[in-house]
Design a protein around this ligand. Structure first.
Ligand code: ADP
Ligand code: MG
Length: 391
């Protein structure tokens, strides 16, 4: 199928409940869900005190659980080995990688003083794993939401998102920013999540036009840079800010970047130009959505992509091609804008489009991309979805 359908939450929950009964012999007493996310604009500026504008997607991780009267958590997910977590021992990183996301969240709850009873659990997911849609944050946020129900408490949403992020830092060794867990926790139907990465404050921005949709097209390539592309980019932005001589990128204008041009090498200058221009584009895009005005969105998305490709150098031919195919379809073809999304060097693009033309757009993306690269892309459409919650 060219436009992959999004399995409904009720179908995912029914699947998890049936598996729980099959493997552990009991009906679920708690079912929690948390979505993956995609970033609409604001790329590679989360670590520069910038803004990001992601949305929770209609792809979820669902966990069904039932108390088992022991001091162990037993959990299964698809074909993965069963995770068995002893709650009476101090949480520590385990060889079974996927269990660490659960352990990290359990650790966060235990450190808040909660006594977690043993339970059996089944994890099911419609978030592609490792596809840049943050299945890891979805797993953490689903687990945190499940534990809220199991220990009968409600965390402030920001505290829950930060607890999930800490789990990823400490138990998965991924020094991620706040975007993924904030989008999964704060996501709201028909809303984007504007996140101020300086203050760590989210703001819900209406995505009110019912005629619009977002297509996520996975190029299915990943060019992992052996030279540590991500770390090098972060270093460049730090060097740029040091040359400008200000405390935060949020205090910097393009004039500041131009004035400091002689104090940085040409590459750092381009990196700096990306940071300042991308922060401005993201703020502008959020304003446009608030006003339900879309005349500028295409330009902002295009400038974002071009800046990531030329100034930040994190795109790749496959991403450029996918964006070009969408842009070639243009407004008549139902495309308002397109850009790469996520860290880059492969992964996915986002295309803001008219809902009634999503299938023809997906068909064009699929056919031209396949014809020119020989690679079959994975494409689905989504509107902003509800964040983590109990079912
Ligand atoms: P992503 O971009 O999808 O977040 P990551 O590498 O950060 O990619 O996280 C992927 C990891 O998260 C997987 O290797 C696995 O350990 C864990 N994970 C994600 N989804 C599931 C799932 N449904 N069941 C078990 N583990 C999962
Ligand atoms: Mg992840």
């Amino acid at each position: 199928m060219i436009l992959q359908p999004n399995t409904s939450l009720s179908d995912l929950a029914a699947d998890a409940q049936a598996q729980l009964k099959h493997h552990y012999g009991k009906d679920a007493t708690f079912v929690a869900a948390a979505p993956g996310r995609v970033n609409l604009i604001g790329e590679h500026i989360d670590y520069c005190d910038g803004f990001v504008l992601p949305l929770a997607i209609e792809r979820y991780i669902v966990i069904a659980a039932v108390p088992n009267g022991t001091s162990q958590v037993r959990a299964r997910s698809g074909d993965a080995d069963e995770a068995v977590i002893d709650l009476s021992e101090k949480m520590a990183i385990n060889d079974l990688k996927w269990s660490n996301y659960l352990r990290g969240v359990i650790d966060g709850f235990q450190k808040r003083g909660h006594v977690i009873p043993g339970f059996d659990a089944i994890v099911v997911s419609s978030v592609p794993t490792g596809g840049g849609l943050s299945s890891s944050a979805a797993l953490e946020c689903a687990m945190a939401t499940l534990l809220e129900a199991i220990v009968d408490t409600t965390l402030d949403t920001k505290e829950k998102a930060l607890l999930a992020q800490k789990a990823e830092h400490e138990f998965a060794n991924v020094p991620c920013g706040i975007m993924d867990q904030f989008a999964s926790a704060f996501g709201k139907k028909d809303h984007l999540v504007l996140i101020d990465c300086q203050s760590a404050e989210p703001e819900l921005v209406p995505f009110s036009n019912p005629d619009l949709e977002i297509i996520v097209a996975n190029t299915c390539v990943s060019h992992d840079l052996s030279d540590g592309g991500y770390a090098a980019r972060r270093q460049d932005t730090e060097d740029g800010l040091a040359a400008i001589g200000k405390e935060s990128w949020r205090a910097c204008t393009m004039d500041d970047v131009l004035a400091a041009k002689d104090k940085m090498n040409e590459r750092v200058f381009r990196r700096s130009r990306h940071v300042v221009s991308e922060i401005a584009r993201t703020v502008q895009a959020a304003e446009d959505f608030k006003k339900d005005e879309y005349a500028d969105i295409g330009r902002l998305m295009k400038e974002s992509h071009d800046s990531l490709r030329d100034d930040f150098e994190v795109s790749c031919p496959e991403l450029d091609l996918m964006v070009k195919i969408a842009e070639d379809l243009g407004l008549e073809g139902g495309v308002l804008g397109a850009r790469m999304t996520g860290g880059g060097f492969g992964g996915s693009t986002v295309t803001l489009c008219r809902k009634d033309q999503a299938l023809s757009i997906a068909t064009a993306l699929h056919e031209r991309y396949l014809a020119e690269t020989g690679i079959t892309p994975q494409i689905f459409a989504t509107r902003p979805a509800r964040g983590a919650h109990i079912l």
